[in-house]
Design a protein around this ligand. Sequence first.
Ligand SMILES: [Zn+2]
Length: 223
Amino acid sequence: MPRTASTHDMIARPSIPTVARSPVAARAAVFIDQDGALLNPLQPNADPTQLRFRTGACDSLAALAATGMALIVVTNQSGLSLGRFTRWEFSQLQAVLERHLSEAAGITLTDFVVCPHTPTAGGQPACLCRTPAPGMLIRAARAHRIDLAASWMVGDTLDDIEAGRRAGCRALLLDTGRETKWRRSPLRTPHSSCTGWEAVTPLILADRHSRLPLGESTAALKG
Ligand SMILES: [Zn+2]
């Protein structure tokens, strides 16, 4: 049976737990945006019957998990605050998602972190957790002893890229066409980019094996 990951609510659980000293080395993680990167974009009602994984996502994540990397879903879900769906309804979606990952690919997520807050009228985060803010990544890193500098954020928008960079991770843009504004800045520049999950694992594993800085050269893999 798949384990049920704890869904962090960044308002209800504002205190950051103290990480006890441990001889165990910090793990690298892959933080994964849910809507658009892991899944085809959902209708704004969290209906589990509409849940569709991106092609190749499960196989790619299984390969990353096999290397010992933690897998952590991070997701903006302002529909919770806007009343489009309830926490119970979202928990049903989460359960279906986790069950599929377990049954189809043998994957157990280390965590599943949700920002339930709405942005400002201008679209900027009004909390510390909604991407492009890095709060969900930082909180999960503290809770699970994650080495952020050795970790990656995989997302389909430049807000995801900015959140990853602000957290101190490398950031990979899975360009599925969902980013349309392309508001560029150094913080919104991915370390690497590609258009499909089949390229995600090779890019991340090449970085882990080489430990060399990734530059613009990896853009050749795009397309
Ligand atoms: Zn938030």
